[in-house]
Ligand binder design. Structure first.
Ligand code: PLP
Length: 406
């Protein structure tokens, strides 16, 4: 009989969203007239920018002509998009990234999940706690962990984000091979300073480790002293891969387009100790298993960098960040300690009790749904996440209700 990959059986079922759904349904049944406001959502709410829609429509029309039709494109992405990304996200800010180091894809979820495949199954991994679960689960699937005990997998090193370290994990004293970092962070909304990132880059170079840097929320950074890219840090080209996405800055969660940067200098070792270029490996993996993002979607992503696209995406970000600032202010006014909301669309709130206890209070007393932090890992316990991805009307109503919290 065909054998399954038994590592999949180690995966912990995530009851987070089903438990939330069950509680919300029960509340709605008991209070049929009460409007529930969902403040826990990680998906965007506002429509696609007009510049992206126009570019997509034009590309579709082009595809309907003999001259403009395109079949399979380059797996790594069309040069027009790779060049626009390199220029606008990196070179214009003084960061050294070339167009051919950019791999366009259909999502940072896939890329941050797939990247582990090009590294040894024996690689030692460090992941944040709380965490975007993709980093953990994909390594469990690949057999890099033992079983889960008390919410933690054997064999993984956990980078704890706690109130007493300002939710920025300290640089490790032990040696690992791969370090997942995510800034601005999901779920905490915390951002790392240049000095904090420099310490991680120094660690990686000293220990010949590779940093897998998820910057899916980079566009939300408001403070100009906070790096928007790991390549703002000296030495990062030798030790870091960066994941970026159009999902949150341009509303592409349903349209799907992202990119991963693998610098040419980045090397990893073979079993025999020879050093090989990670760029070539990822190129091989990407072109073997992926056939490119559709032409109209790449044109839509390119339009993000047109003058109108920049104006419209800046407005989108400002809209969400105004929500975030309003949420943070209201929550602090109630006496809660929190982080995030200033350079990220998430506010991470200390619950003064268990995550689920505050979840229940917000739902039962106010009809507001949040995300309990315990669902993101051991260090998430005692916290909830509120999201700025919402309409202004919903945020205003939720914050009015919050004043009634007993
Ligand atoms: N990385 C982080 C930290 C995220 O929170 C998300 C989505 O919520 C993603 C990546 C996924 O991005 P994409 O829509 O590009 O797959």
């Amino acid at each position: 009989m065909a054998r399954i990959n038994d590592h999949f059986r180690k995966l912990q079922a995530s009851y987070l969203f089903s438990d939330i759904a069950r509680k919300v349904t029960a509340f709605q049944e008991a209070n049929p007239d009460r409007k529930i406001i969902r403040m826990g959502i990680g998906d965007v709410t506002e429509p696609l920018p007009p510049a992206c829609r126009e570019a997509m429509k034009k590309a579709i029309d082009e595809m309907g002509t003999r001259d403009g039709f395109r079949g399979y494109g380059p797996e790594q992405g069309y040069p027009f998009l790779r060049e626009a990304i390199a220029k606008h996200e990196y070179q214009n800010h003084g960061f050294n990234v070339a167009a051919d180091e950019i791999f366009v894809s259909d999502g940072s979820k896939c890329d941050s999940g797939n990247i582990q495949e090009i590294f040894s199954s024996e690689a030692k991994i460090a992941i944040p706690d709380p965490v975007y679960p993709v980093y953990v689960d994909t390594n469990v699937m690949a057999g890099r962990t033992g079983v889960s005990k008390d919410g933690r997998y054997e064999g993984l090193v956990y980078l704890e984000a706690r109130p007493d370290n300002g939710y920025i994990p300290e640089v490790l004293t032990e040696t690992v091979d791969l370090v997942y970092l995510c800034f601005p962070n999901n779920p905490t909304g915390a951002v790392a300073t240049k000095e904090q990132l420099q310490a991680w880059v120094d660690y990686a170079r000293k220990n010949e480790a590779i940093i897998l840097y998820d910057a899916a929320y980079a566009a939300f950074i408001q403070d100009s002293s906070i790096p928007t890219s790991i390549y703002a840090i000296e030495g990062a080209r030798e030790c870091a891969i960066e994941f970026r996405s159009f999902s949150k800055n341009a509303g592409f969660t349903g349209t799907r387009c992202a990119f991963t940067v693998v610098p040419k200098e980045l090397k990893a070792s073979t079993k025999d100790g020879d050093k090989v270029a990670v760029h070539a490996l990822w190129n091989r993996r990407h072109s073997t298993k992926f056939n490119g993002v559709s032409y109209p979607v790449q044109r839509a992503a390119e339009a993000v960098y047109s003058p109108e696209g920049q104006k419209q995406t800046n407005e989108l970000i400002a809209y969400y960040m105004t929500n975030a600032a309003m949420i943070r202010k209201a929550v602090e006014a109630l006496g809660f300690s929190c982080v995030g909301g200033d350079n990220a669309p998430y506010v991470w709130i200390q619950a003064e009790g268990s995550s689920w206890a505050l979840f229940d209070r917000l739902l039962d007393e106010l009809g507001i749904v949040c995300t309990p932090g315990a669902g993101f890992g051991t260090c998430g316990e005692g916290h909830i996440r509120l999201s700025a991805f919402n309409s202004r009307a919903n945020v205003e109503e939720a914050l009015e209700r919050l004043k009634q919290l007993k």
